[in-house]
Design a binder for this molecule. Structure first.
Ligand SMILES: C[S@@+](CC[C@H](N)C(=O)[O-])C[C@H]1O[C@@H](n2cnc3c(N)ncnc32)[C@H](O)[C@@H]1O
Length: 365
């Protein structure tokens, strides 16, 4: 693929901006943009989100190890050097699938070793905590704190995935999600999306997997003449959002309860927002196609996740281990998967990487 950077043609991955220490690595593909030289104000927000995720990675690693310790997994391995099968019968909790997932994640992280010859497990004494040093002043405590809630569900998952204390279901546990969506981390996500898209009065915007908090935030920015359409599979989250809109006298928002993978886009929008939703899509390809089909020519799609797999400075398997307690979670994507999928689908587009967590796509035909 050929890229145009500031008017020059280059191969797709030939260009990596060489920014001074501490600045984001902002790669641009087929994008005429001066932000390579002058960092945009909104990049501070993307950097802030990246730091929070990197810091959390260390916290999760500690928690993950302590949980295995607390529930006796490492002790059994140390004493008996069991195979995975033997270990599962020795750990006295019923959810064997979850315990197996724990062991596989611990192997992948290098905490445990599986011997190739006889498949026995042993502790990896050479394991070292790799410490990442984010800029602590940029950290957002409430993002870290809400993960404490998620990791505390470990003990219930040992009993069964359907344990009543595992309150992460978008449909049943909308009240918990309403709180989880109300963090500084999520606020920064929304304002970063709004700034990158340059959302203004009169815009038409579609928000995919809008949840309960974003509808009021974004529709206030385009009111009264614009149109905000928010779709979400959770009727309860949609109802909460509708109540908020009504209390604030906002009339330019239309909210729909539906699975976005099953929609047929009719309206064309200036912007499509997909924040912290793509990792729940059963078919990311279908999701991406529908989002692109919903855009006008030169319309923009912003995707923000906690991170993209191919750019993040974190242990992806740790996040996936805890996220998998939510049955809707499918997995994090890499930026190249998104770009390659859009190319395969035949769209003409420009793209821009925003830190490790953001991807801006502009549809050009
Ligand atoms: C982590 S929340 C993010 C909410 C919102 N985008 C925000 O940034 O505040 C993920 C949302 O995606 C919704 N969701 C998941 N899968 C979906 C699907 N297939 N179609 C529509 N919404 C979906 C969930 O109900 C949930 O509200």
């Amino acid at each position: 693929m050929i890229l145009l950077i500031n008017g020059e043609i280059m191969d797709r991955f030939d260009y990596t901006s060489d920014l001074e220490d501490g600045k984001m690595n902002t790669e641009v593909g087929y994008y005429n943009d001066i932000s390579i030289i002058e960092e945009e104000e909104y990049m501070k927000k993307f950097r802030c989100m990246d730091y929070a995720v990197e810091y959390l990675n260390n916290e999760l690693l500690g928690t993950f190890f302590r949980q295995g310790l607390k529930f006796g997994i490492y002790k059994i391995i140390d004493l008996h050097m069991p195979t995975k099968e033997n270990l599962l019968s020795m750990v006295e909790y019923p959810n064997k699938d979850f315990i197996l997932k724990y062991v596989n994640t611990a192997i992948s992280l290098g905490l445990i070793r599986e011997n190739y010859d006889d498949n026995t497990l042993e502790l990896n004494n050479e394991f070292k905590y790799s410490s990442i040093h984010p800029k602590y002043q940029d950290l957002m405590d409430d993002y870290i704190a809400q993960y404490d809630f998620r990791t505390s569900l470990f003990q219930y998952a040992l009993i069964g995935y359907n344990h009543p204390e595992i309150l992460l279901n978008f449909k049943k546990d909308a009240d918990i999600w309403d709180m989880l969506l109300n963090t500084e981390f999520m606020d920064i996500t929304r304002s970063a999306a709004s700034e990158v898209l340059e959302i203004k009065k009169g815009d038409y915007i579609l928000d995919v997997g809008c949840g309960s908090r974003s509808p009021l935030y974004f529709s206030s920015k385009i009111a009264p003449n614009g149109q905000y359409t928010g779709v979400d599979i959770s009727k309860k989250l949609i109802t909460m959002a509708e109540n908020r809109l009504e209390r604030n006298g906002i009339e330019c928002a239309k909210l729909k309860t539906l699975d976005f993978g099953e929609t047929i886009p009719k309206t064309k929008y200036d912007s499509v927002i997909c924040t912290h939703t793509l990792s729940y899509a059963k078919s990311p390809r279908l999701f991406l196609r529908k989002m692109m089909d919903s855009l006008k020519k030169n319309g923009k799609l912003i995707i923000i996740e906690e991170f993209f797999k191919d750019s993040a400075n974190v242990n992806v398997e740790l996040f996936e281990f805890y996220q998998s307690l939510n049955k809707y979670f499918i997995g994090y994507l890499s930026r190249s998967e998104v770009i390659d999928t859009l190319e395969l689908l035949g769209y003409g587009f420009k793209y821009k990487f925003l830190g490790n967590c953001g991807l801006l796509i502009e549809k050009i035909n």
